[in-house]
Design a protein around this ligand. Sequence first.
Ligand SMILES: [Zn+2]
Length: 322
Amino acid sequence: MLKCIGMAGNRSGKSSNAKGLWRFALIIATVGISCFSVTCAAEQNRVGIAVCSTTQVADFVRQVVGDRWEVQSVLTPGSDPHTYQITPADVQLVKNATLCFENGLHLEGADWMKNLAADAGKKLVTCTDRIQPIMIEEEGQAVPVRDPHAWFDPANARIYVLNILDAVVAADPDHEREYKARTELYLGQLRNLNAWIIKQVNALPRERRVLVTSHDAFNYFCKAYGFESAAPEGWSTGAEVGAGVTPASRAKAIESIRKFGVKSIFVETSVNPEVIKQMASEAGVQVGGSLYSDSMGPPGSAGETYLGMMRENVLTIIQALE
Ligand SMILES: [Zn+2]
């Protein structure tokens, strides 16, 4: 924009070329100023800063608050919430938060988001509150544990969003109508997503609905849409709770591949793909593609939103298994 004003200052005002340039500069300057004004207006109208643990949680929060809040995510696309180690920058980020949001059910390994919020004296919203968790058997654990990957069922995503709405309205009741209006629109989109997934999955015969992935992230998706699931890693990719790959879990996953005659197995965006690649070669099946699991895609990718990541996952799964 400054450059445009500079060009205007240097114009000769004589040649038609210069006139054209002057007009161009004026248009650019006007567009620049109006964009700048919009950004300023959005920033000036902001009432809070939401600091979220994961990219999915940040997307759900953004759907409710729009530009009214600044929304930040501690995890960047592609990072693993189970094994994440907090940094001094995260501590600083949470210090400035109006509200903190986490997935909960120990997705954030060793409860790093709970600890960040508690240390900064900030209110923490657990988005999986009121969700009925799937209980899973974990090797080395005496009792079943709660599976934290609840967002993979859009019916649960609805509960995440309603929990966020409650917290945001409580923090800023002046804009309740606005938050509820955004939520209403988004819940409609989640219902559409669910209906669309059912339609897509119905094209796949039941016996082909077997999902083998790097780690046990897809139990909620599998339960909602009638898939069998298997993964060489437990529900956690780290060793803090649950475990990584064990010979027994690996053997069990390979057994599932053979038993069900699976054509393809899948790697995940937030987990090292090596184990799946080796297993695919060992079992003589193909790698069907990469699924968004504990993290959404980077900005500009098809998976940069929850709706986008679910859509792309479903299409990848259907294409590889049909
Ligand atoms: Zn996970």
